[in-house]
Design a protein around this ligand. Structure first.
Ligand SMILES: C[S@@+](CC[C@H](N)C(=O)[O-])C[C@H]1O[C@@H](n2cnc3c(N)ncnc32)[C@H](O)[C@@H]1O
Length: 486
């Protein structure tokens, strides 16, 4: 196969994925938002002032956060491929595909109270189906009945309740994890960190703490942006095999070589002393590994205490991952307390507000984002992939008035002929849909919106709440003609 035909195949595959996403948006989530009142928006005054009509480049408007495809650094991939090659791992086996599916499809451990309630409900269901005349039973018959009930309830509990088990990251599992997940996790972290570095150019972290560090993708991603300033990396992971492999990659495959980044230390347990703080604290895909909400809150408490500036939490972009992100956000912003006592931090990204998450409370979809990346596996059928992730970046201190409080695009905007439909999370803590029409807003605003993508911020001011018909003035909303851009 020539490289051209390969690239063409990749291109058409990507088009297919994008097309599918857009079709899904149109039929599923659109129905949820369609009933909501719409908002009228126009470019924020501060932004419109900075653009002369001529030098305005719509695809580089200030709300654009990240474009492009992420690729692991060559130092990482070369060593990783050597390690995998030495262990005769070159292609994905069936077991590895199963392992990947299992990781992505996991649910959260059920809490003891919820488990008890579920068992009671199931027992009631079993009883309600019985057609027996208990009062006429003798002791032996009653005992039989009890035993049968117990057995049936136990079987149903086994079938209906998700049984979470801790994952054992040791031996070959570590190599499988390296092959299956390191590129995707690096890509998600890279995208999140690129937003921090863009929106806060003065941030120069000196120290990094990574909880559940695994293969140190956080360390690699952080050094892509702040290599000059980072001088200490503390990687915490209970698995010594993970730590050994991560260290070997950092030492470029040779144990006697120095690590590629300055001062990388490995620990198996999270240090709890509050005296030492780290500028950047991360937990990537690790909260899923903890057995209960209590254990997660204890870890989050320690991570937040140890954080001097930014805490990044990332999980899979599915509902259970989103639940973990929301739990962490609520805990740090103290939204889970009956008596609110004021938080010592705020949500930096993706939320433009510190209120309870409207997506969690009003919507049935997980709040997730996407990043395109290049697969690390040399002979992967699909070389360009997409990772979906849920995340939150929490920053110490109060929200600065200098930080723009622009709405966030929660889905890919739907571009039609003379209008664009955007689903936004607003600084007021609400979810709203807006239809940006060619006639209804200034030209730079219209062009900037056309070039915006899922996850970007829209540099706009909310103008007013309107009926859905007002904001679509001059446009046939039913019009199905798609923009040629799609
Ligand atoms: C899904 S992996 C995360 C991968 C990692 N973030 C990376 O960049 O490769 C979860 C990691 O958390 C570690 N882990 C599980 N329980 C832990 C705990 N209580 N403390 C620290 N690490 C833990 C596991 O050993 C595993 O390496």
């Amino acid at each position: 196969m020539t490289s051209k035909s390969f690239c063409q195949r990749a291109f058409w595959r990507r088009k297919e994925i994008v097309g599918k996403c857009i079709r899904n948006i149109s039929v599923s989530s659109h129905q949820n938002y369609a009933q909501l009142p719409r908002i009228k928006v126009d470019m924020s005054e501060s932004v419109s002032k900075t653009f002369g009509e001529e030098d305005f480049v719509p695809k580089k408007h200030p709300g654009v956060l990240f474009r492009g495809r992420v690729c692991l650094p060559s130092e990482f991939t070369q060593t990783a491929k050597k390690i995998l090659g030495n262990n005769s791992m070159k292609v994905k086996t069936k077991e590895m595909i199963e392992f990947e599916k299992h990781l992505k499809g996991r649910d959260l451990p059920i809490e003891p109270r919820a488990y008890k309630e579920m068992c009671i409900k199931i027992e009631e269901r079993v009883r309600s189906k019985e057609e027996v005349m208990e009062p006429f039973f003798n002791a032996e018959q009653l005992q039989d009945l009890e035993n049968r009930r117990f057995r049936e309830t136990r079987e149903l509990v086994k079938r209906l309740v998700y049984h979470w088990e801790p994952e054992n990251y040791s031996g070959r599992k570590v190599l499988e994890y390296l092959m299956l997940r390191s590129d995707a996790e690096y890509a998600a972290l890279y995208k999140i960190m690129s937003e921090i570095s863009k929106r806060d150019p003065d941030f120069e972290p000196v120290s990094l703490l990574d909880f559940g560090s695994g293969l140190c993708t956080s360390t690699w991603a952080a050094n892509a942006f702040w290599n000059k300033s980072l001088n200490e990396h503390l990687c915490v992971d209970t698995s010594s095999d993970m730590n050994d492999t991560a260290e070997l990659i950092l030492r470029q495959g040779k144990r006697d070589k120095p690590t590629i980044f300055r001062n990388v230390f490995f620990r198996q347990f999270l240090p709890t002393s509050p005296t030492r703080q780290y500028d950047l604290v991360t937990s990537a895909y690790s909260l899923f590994e903890l057995p209960s909400a209590k254990a997660r809150i204890e870890v989050l408490n320690t991570l937040w205490r140890k954080c001097a500036k930014y805490l990044i939490i990332v999980e899979y972009g599915r509902y259970p991952g989103f639940r973990l992100i929301n739990e962490a956000r609520d805990f740090v912003l103290r939204l889970d307390r009956p008596t609110y006592r004021g938080a010592d931090g705020h949500a930096f990204s993706p939320c433009p507000h510190d209120a309870v998450c409207p997506r969690f409370h009003e919507d049935i979809h997980a709040c997730k984002f996407s990043v395109d990346y290049r697969s690390m596996i040399p002979f992967d059928k699909q070389i360009f992939k997409q990772e979906l992730f849920s995340y939150v970046v929490l920053k110490k201190g109060t929200r600065s008035p200098k930080e723009p409080d622009w709405p966030r695009l929660l889905e890919e905007p739907i571009v039609r002929k003379r209008h664009i439909i955007c689903r936004l999370c607003l600084p007021s803590g609400n979810l709203k849909e807006t239809v940006v029409t060619k006639k209804g807003v200034s030209q730079p605003m219209y062009r900037a919106t056309r070039k915006s993508q899922w996850g970007d911020m829209l540099p706009v001011e909310e103008i007013e709440l309107t009926n859905s018909s007002d904001s679509t003035e001059g446009v046939d909303v039913e019009e199905t003609e798609q923009d040629p851009k799609l």
